[in-house]
Design a protein around this ligand. Structure first.
Ligand code: HEC
Ligand code: HEC
Ligand code: HEC
Ligand code: HEC
Length: 439
């Protein structure tokens, strides 16, 4: 059976508990920093292992993972990108020499483990290979080749638990935003790097799947669905952003804060396209630089359904951070610490509940002006995509098509970051509201 079932509207308590577990399990060492030897993509790609040309019928895993990764997945091209003209320009602007020789680039564009962790077949030019996500193979290769091991045994032997939302979030975010050991900075962006946008559930769907989430998969792995993955991803992104903000090295660039932690469009847009508007109750004043609070806005909307008191606290502390940024660096860091503390608790308490109710709440928040700035609108577009997909089974066909058309338009609007128009986004939300109310 292929394809993912995404019709469940109610999230049972067990799944909420799973979210909690998934967050806690996020403490697992990331593949790049682990003790295992990385054997190289070639060592996974044998034709009877993961290198089959076509998916094997009747096998638990597809076994053609290598072919999918190599022919469809951008991760296999991540190193090659470092040799292109854009990378040469970035490297020149940063005074780096060759991008493909610079650890700052290799840390995210390849499986850049230290020399003593590279096996005989390891090749840095393979880019973001199997072991960059699944962990160095030296520990688990033996047990999982034996064919008698189950998933838990493989994980105990060093396989990274990428099926769990928490550990997966930490893994993807470490390269799609950064972690303690590597970050994207405004300097790298200023040199010509594309803006990073990330949302865990959407990126999970966008990565060409080299696995099939069928009944057999569900039995072997306790993987959460798209909506749970989305919530966990919001909490983890907010947490990582605040970690960076309070960190003495990651949070600053000389006399200034690290600008990558702020909403790009609070500085980058045309002076002749005046579009500022207040966001109700946000503490954001005109002509100031906004921290990127998109994930806090999303999480606030979820929490208002499941933990209203915590929602009020999260919103209050986000507002306090916006205000503290106008006071002093010390005030801002203290406020960021308080928000991070709430975000940590929010991660455990946020549950999706009834998808239709949450969808209506999301639309209402947008109509109230909560997505006035591009970064929140971009995250809202992802959220609306997941939420409308989740209510498919409970609405009429015409109603569903109208919702999906509105979401497609929302995604178009946020794709143009420098010319984003909040009023256009609100119009789409009004369409969505209308479709939702239809019988
Ligand atoms: C924190 C991790 C990180 C660091 C550090 C980083 N990159 Fe990237 N880079 C990414 C990710 C993730 C993407 C893909 C972004 C997307 O499409 O969402 C990317 C995209 C790119 C692209 C565009 C690729 C394309 O297919 O169009 C280029 C070029 C690039 N990076 C070059 C560099 C260079 C050169 C350096 C070193 C100065 C560097 N990157 C440092 C993570 C990183
Ligand atoms: C960018 C990260 C990433 C890369 C690179 C990657 N994978 Fe995966 N892989 C995942 C994720 C996410 C899943 C789905 C969650 C899970 O089951 O762990 C997965 C699932 C799998 C599964 C489990 C299928 C199942 O039914 O249980 C296998 C086997 C696998 N990958 C093999 C490979 C091989 C072989 C390569 C290299 C050719 C590779 N992966 C590269 C992230 C990655
Ligand atoms: C070791 C670093 C690393 C890890 C870990 C990683 N990625 Fe990536 N990812 C990249 C880089 C670099 C690119 C850009 C490659 C390019 O453009 O050629 C990328 C590109 C992508 C793209 C294509 C983006 C686009 O704009 O089309 C998706 C989707 C993606 N990653 C999803 C994921 C998911 C999901 C995970 C976690 C399971 C993950 N990645 C983990 C480094 C990483
Ligand atoms: C506090 C204001 C501020 C914020 C926030 C900000 N930037 Fe910048 N950015 C600047 C300044 C100042 C420059 C240098 C402008 C110049 O050299 O003309 C710059 C330069 C750039 C450049 C190079 C432009 C060029 O013409 O070569 C890029 C790309 C860029 N920023 C991307 C981003 C992204 C992406 C974000 C959000 C993650 C961001 N910036 C957030 C102020 C900001």
């Amino acid at each position: 059976m292929k394809g993912v079932a995404r019709s469940s509207l109610w999230v049972p308590a067990a799944v909420v508990a799973l979210c909690l577990y998934a967050m806690a399990a996020g403490a697992q060492t990331l593949p790049q920093y682990g003790a295992a030897i990385h054997l190289g993509v070639q060592s996974c790609a044998g034709s009877t292992c993961h290198g089959a040309v076509q998916a094997f019928a009747g096998s638990t895993v597809n076994q053609n993972e290598f072919a999918v990764w190599q022919s469809q997945d951008r991760h296999s091209k991540a190193y090659a990108v470092l040799l292109n003209e854009r990378s040469r320009r970035i490297a020149r602007n940063l005074g780096l020499g060759s991008a493909a020789g610079a650890p700052v680039c290799l840390n995210c564009h390849a499986d850049n483990v230290p020399a003593d962790k590279r096996g005989r077949q390891f090749n840095i030019a393979d880019g973001v290979g199997c072991e960059a996500c699944h962990g160095g193979g030296s520990g688990y290769l033996g047990v999982h080749l034996a064919g008698t091991s189950d998933h838990a045994t493989n994980v105990a032997a060093g396989l990274y638990p990428s099926e769990l939302a928490g550990p997966r979030g930490r893994l993807c975010i470490s390269c799609h935003f950064g972690d303690d050991g590597k970050s994207i900075t405004h300097r790298i962006m200023g040199a010509g790097h594309p803006r990073m946008k990330f949302e865990l559930a959407a990126f999970t769907q966008n990565q060409p799947a080299h696995y099939t989430t069928d009944a057999d998969y569900a039995q072997r792995k306790k993987a959460p669905g798209a909506l749970q993955t989305w919530v966990v991803g919001q909490a983890m992104m907010l947490n990582e952003l605040l970690e960076a903000m309070v960190h003495p090295r990651r949070g600053r660039d000389g006399a200034f804060p690290e600008l990558v932690l702020f909403d790009c469009t609070s500085c980058h847009h045309s002076l002749y396209d005046i579009r500022w508007e207040a966001r109700p109750n946000s503490g954001v004043a005109p002509g100031t630089i906004r921290f990127n609070d998109a994930n806090a806005v999303m999480l606030g909307i979820v929490l208002r359904q499941s933990a209203p008191q915590l929602a009020a606290e999260l919103e209050e502390r986000a507002r306090a951070l916006h205000q503290a940024l106008a006071l002093s660096p010390a005030d801002a860091i203290a406020a960021a610490r308080r928000l991070r503390e709430t975000a940590g608790r929010a991660a455990g308490a946020a549950s999706v509940g009834d998808a239709r109710r949450l969808l209506a709440a999301m639309v209402r928040a947008g109509l109230d002006g909560q997505f006035a700035y591009h970064n929140a609108a971009e995250q809202a577009a992802y959220a609306l995509d997941h939420l409308t997909a989740a209510v498919r089974g409970s609405v009429g066909d015409g109603q569903y098509r109208a919702m999906r058309a509105a979401v497609a338009e929302a995604r178009q609007i946020v794709a143009k970051d420098y010319t984003f128009k909040p009023a256009a986004f609100r119009e789409v939300l009004a369409d969505l509201d209308e479709a939702l109310g239809r019988r």
